[in-house]
Design a protein around this ligand. Structure first.
Ligand code: GTP
Ligand code: MG
Length: 586
């Protein structure tokens, strides 16, 4: 949105430029005026569009051609004023003033112009007949208005049109030379149509039209206005109205046919413009099927074919992350967690919040992501619904298998390389009677680990290969380096539980290590046979993330430690007995 609007008044001497400005400001007609009014600034809060607006007068008597040129360059919009009783001042619009303003400007780069016919109090008829050919000749003329500084007629309207010409220009929407909507505008309007068409019957019912109207302008249309819209469309198109609702063709017609309506809609389309613009043609049938599987039926054929590659990529990622293609919600949790801005853009692209009548898009994302951990520690349990778990371990430990098992896939049977899989997966886990989203992120690191920022997450899953004697050493050092003093709960997982367990070279056994650091004991995992014990690890991870203050230890692990303690007591007793037996033999 523009910061300031600068309106410049030009025209032949004595047409009433200065009088118009003074009438606006003083709200009465000044009998005597100076040659040139001082520049006036209207503060933002009293203008309809809430933008500070400067109004600048011009006087041939007081200003040189050079100064005039400078003023033209600074202006956002020019009002060319003529005297409705003076043909010569109308003739000069096309022979002098418009060439002076836009003579050198390229198409698409022209300053918008408003034609202002002053002194309408002195003439009974309208000057439109002479003005219309000029309007047709110069596409930069946004509109024309007849007014009277003397009667105060149409004065504030004139400045409102000028402001609007700058803030909601028609040029990006409508090509006056070709007399049709620009392609980007057609695309944006089509998208708005599909988004507003909530029941996907390709017809905008009264209710759908009004919910669009409400979301853009705050108010629904009055019943009569609704009927008028449909009547206009019905009269002007062959297929614009069907089953008492607007079709896509009708929608475009409505926007194109009415100048003022199109201006307003531009504002509505604004947010979507970015999404609709800069499309890339040529994404093929494969991508289309993917989008269809996502239930994104709000794309017509051409839209699907022209979706941006970047956007497609995200949808592909969502697909590979979701446990099933229909659960887009899962995917959005993930994309919200990873990239809030991008997620907002996608929500907007899909028509949120118009579709769901939510207060804001942000609310949807906030819910998933933004609650702070500090609050969690205070409350002793978090209300958040999505958690990020980093799965960290040396190469070949089975991290990918662990991630894929979470979404019900087996890596081993397909014989795929790990690189074929996304480093993120998301699925729901049941914690008590609540459903939570758990995001697993595999951290691919070589033997030495990570910046501190890489370690940040809601719960760390340190994975080691129980059959590889060197594997645990790595986990222990990661723990000491990044998690020992922090507040991130850690859970150790011993992978390849089906293979014979190797004695780890680390100073202590994994169980002893966990005991010493008050961690829950390592949980065995086997990617080959995913059983109930294996899948309970995911709940365990989410549980740990939900209860950061417990930092991993809970009652079930207390009972485990009791067993460990008892176990070592038994070993100790046994050892003592063996010692005694051996001693006796000696
Ligand atoms: P320059 O400063 O010389 O360029 O002229 P200007 O365009 O600023 O015109 P100005 O406001 O000085 O008005 C010229 C004359 O027209 C004055 O005598 C005004 O009183 C008169 N005038 C301006 N507006 C109206 C109007 O709406 N109706 C009538 N009847 N007279 C007007
Ligand atoms: Mg003047």
């Amino acid at each position: 949105m523009k910061q300031d609007v600068r309106i410049l008044l030009l025209g032949e001497p004595k047409v009433g430029k200065t009088s118009l400005i003074m009438s606006l400001v003083g709200e009465e007609f000044p009998e005597r005026v100076p040659p040139r009014a001082e520049e006036i600034t209207i503060p933002a809060d009293v203008t309809p569009e809430k933008v500070p607006t400067h109004i600048v007068d011009y006087s041939e008597k007081e200003q040189s051609d050079e100064v005039l040129r400078d003023e033209i360059v600074k202006a956002n919009v020019v009002c060319v004023v003529y005297d409705v009783t003076n043909e010569d001042t109308i003739e000069k619009i096309k022979t002098k003033w418009i060439p002076l303003v836009n003579g050198d400007a390229e198409k698409g780069n022209k300053v918008p112009i408003i034609l202002v016919g002053n002194k309408s109090d002195l003439r009974s008829g309208s000057s439109m007949e002479t003005i219309l050919p000029i309007m047709n000749q110069f596409s930069e003329i946004e509109t024309c208005v007849e007014c009277s500084a003397k009667n105060l007629k149409n004065i504030s309207e004139l400045f409102y049109y000028a402001q609007k010409a700058v803030l909601h220009p028609t040029a990006p929407l409508y090509d006056p030379e070709d007399k049709q909507l620009k392609p980007a505008c057609v695309r944006a309007l089509s998208r708005i149509f599909y988004i507003s068409d909530q029941d996907n019957d390709r017809i905008l019912s009264d209710a759908e039209l009004n919910s669009f109207q409400k979301s853009c302008f705050g108010n629904p249309l009055a019943p009569q206005a609704l009927e008028d819209v449909k009547t206009v469309v019905w009269k002007n198109t062959s297929d614009g109205v069907q089953d008492n609702g607007l079709t896509l063709n009708g929608r475009k017609h409505r926007a194109g046919g009415k100048h003022r309506a199109a201006g307003g809609k531009h504002r509505a389309a604004g947010g979507k413009h970015r999404a609709a613009g800069g499309k890339h043609r040529g994404a093929g049938g494969k991508h289309r099927r993917v989008l269809m599987r996502f239930g994104l039926v709000k794309f017509d054929e051409s839209e699907i074919c022209s979706i941006e590659p970047a956007k497609l990529k995200v949808f592909m990622v969502l697909k590979s992350c979701c446990v099933n293609a229909e659960s887009v919600a899962c995917g959005f949790r993930l994309s919200a967690y990873l990239d809030v801005h991008r997620c907002l853009e996608h929500l907007g692209y899909l028509g949120y919040p118009i579709l769901t009548e939510q207060e804001s898009q942000t609310a949807a994302v906030t819910d998933a992501v933004t609650r702070e951990k500090d609050v969690d520690l205070e409350k002793r349990q978090t209300q958040r619904s999505a958690f990020l778990c980093k799965v960290i371990g040396p190469r070949g430990t089975g991290k990918t298998a662990f991630l894929q098992a979470f979404v019900g896939r087996s890596v081993l049977s397909k014989g795929n390389a790990s690189s074929a899989f996304s480093p993120y997966v998301i699925n729901t886990v049941q914690i008590g009677n609540q459903e939570k989203y758990l995001i697993l992120n595999e951290v691919d690191v070589e033997m030495e680990f990570l910046k501190a920022s890489d370690a940040a997450c809601d719960v760390a899953c340190l994975m080691y290969d129980a059959s590889d004697p060197h594997s645990f050493d790595y986990c222990a050092s990661i723990y000491k380096q990044h998690y020992m003093d922090g507040s991130v709960p850690c859970v150790l997982v011993a992978s390849k539980a089906d293979l014979p367990e190797a004695k780890q070279f680390h100073g202590m056994t994994p169980a002893e290590f966990c005991y010493k650091h008050r961690l829950p004991p390592p949980l065995p995992f086997c990617g080959l046979t995913l059983d109930a014990a294996g899948s309970s690890i995911y709940s365990r991870l989410a549980w740990a993330a939900m209860h950061p203050h417990l930092n991993g230890s809970d009652l079930s692990s207390a009972s485990f430690w009791l067993r460990v303690a008892l176990g070592s007591a038994v070993v100790a007793v046994l050892g003592f007995a063996v010692y005694r037996a051996v001693a006796r033999l000696k």
